[in-house]
Write a protein that binds this ligand. Structure first.
Ligand SMILES: Nc1nc2c(ncn2[C@@H]2O[C@H](COP(=O)(O)OP(=O)(O)OP(=O)(O)O)[C@@H](O)[C@H]2O)c(=O)[nH]1
Ligand SMILES: [Mg+2]
Length: 354
């Protein structure tokens, strides 16, 4: 899963990247996109680790991409944004970082500190980018449809769909709303439309507002997270032992980092199923609504092909019964078939002929 941090220049994307990945960013380096792997915190793994003392503990991960900000106000900025678009289109989640922090030494965009206006500017840019793609393709199809070709029926269908997309975008609506049919989505998936990708907003607030919920009204976002990227990055670079004191000094209960990562995971429609044993305790990301056989395919395609059944217990049931022996005795371990819809926190043991 890839989450791209995007936003206007100097909104705090690289600082946030440091907060989530723990990787420091050289402010003098060339502004190029960078990727860092983030482990998704899952307190359930700690309990399973106590039970099994496994050789290995594997958390689910998200790749975060720090995308340099582009001024959308001048031609070189626009050109940079277009250059970065293919990378952004590949993301499974877009995290728009907007500035709400005061810092006299950091120049403001358009002489303002206005998170809602900045978010709206980014949103417009996403709509324009998709509209540009759609218009170019519609024009090409209209030319091609003038001559009879073997693929004419296919092209007509695509043209009809794209005209519908154009209307939605011109009305400022995301393609996530316009493309409701799964087959239509699949047909257009190679375009990588930005407004189809789930969207999250991080409002980067001043240090003295960290921990407050500012309740901005932002449309089209799955969630809005308020945090101070500079505080979070300091926490990330501190030794574990010093973190608690630092948080207490600031009057903060917990860093916002873990919450942000969990929101990212959720916004992508991901849940975790768990596997456990003496070799490894592991959290596996799957799309919510996945069947047991799809989940087993995450472990290995051979396991999915030879799928016989899944032995399943919900994490909470396991904890209530203390361990697997207790869960079995209490009748909490179920035998589920291929089509069983996996729930978050299901502990799965897949029986397969592979
Ligand atoms: N006071 C304060 N300053 C911040 C905060 N976040 C970032 N800054 C400062 O703002 C400047 C820009 O931060 P970056 O993280 O580099 O911003 P960016 O969005 O990556 O910038 P570009 O990649 O150039 O678009 C740096 O000097 C940061 O130290 C914050 O939460 N509070
Ligand atoms: Mg940056």
């Amino acid at each position: 899963m890839k989450a791209a941090l995007i936003g206007l220049p100097q909104s705090g994307k690289s600082t946030l990247f440091t907060s989530v990945t723990g990787l420091s960013v050289d402010p003098y380096a060339q502004p190029e996109p960078r990727t860092g792997v983030v482990h998704v915190p899952d307190p359930r793994l700690a309990y399973l680790t106590e039970l099994y003392n496994p050789k290995k503990i594997t958390e689910a991960t998200i790749d975060f991409i720090d995308v340099p900000g582009c001024s959308l106000d001048d031609s070189s900025g626009q050109e940079n944004w277009r250059r970065l678009l293919p990378l952004v289109r590949q993301a499974d989640l877009l995290v728009v970082v907007v500035r709400a922090f005061e810092n006299a030494s950091v120049p403001t965009y358009k002489n303002r500190i206005d998170a809602v206006a900045d978010f709206s500017a980014m949103w417009d840019e996403m709509i324009f980018a998709d509209l540009d793609t759609v218009t170019t393709r519609v024009e090409r199809l209209e030319k091609s449809l003038k001559k009879p070709t073997k693929t004419q029926d296919q092209e007509k269908k695509e043209h009809g769909l794209l005209v519908k997309c154009r209307e939605a975008l011109e009305a400022g609506l995301p393609l996530a709303d316009a493309l409701t049919n799964e087959d239509d989505r699949k047909q257009l998936s190679s375009f990588g439309f930005l407004t189809e990708i789930p969207l999250l907003c991080v409002v980067n607030v001043s240090d003295d507002k960290a921990g407050e919920d500012l309740a901005f009204d932002l449309p089209h976002v799955e969630a809005c997270v308020y945090l101070s990227a500079s505080i979070e990055s300091e926490i990330a670079l501190l030794d574990e032992a010093d973190r608690a004191d630092f948080l207490e000094d600031l009057g903060l209960g917990a860093p916002a980092r873990d919450r942000l990562i969990r929101e990212c995971y959720r916004a992508c429609g991901l849940i975790s199923f768990l596997t456990m044993g003496v070799d490894e305790v592991r959290a596996w990301p799957v799309k919510s609504g996945s069947s047991a056989v799809q989940a087993s395919g995450k472990i290995h395609t051979d396991i999915a092909q030879g799928f016989i059944r899944a032995e399943t217990v919900a994490y909470d049931d396991l904890v209530a019964c203390k361990d697997m022996k207790g869960a079995k005795a209490a009748g909490k371990v179920r035998k589920e078939g291929k089509n069983y819809v996996v729930a978050d926190g299901d502990i799965l043991n897949i029986l397969s002929s592979a």
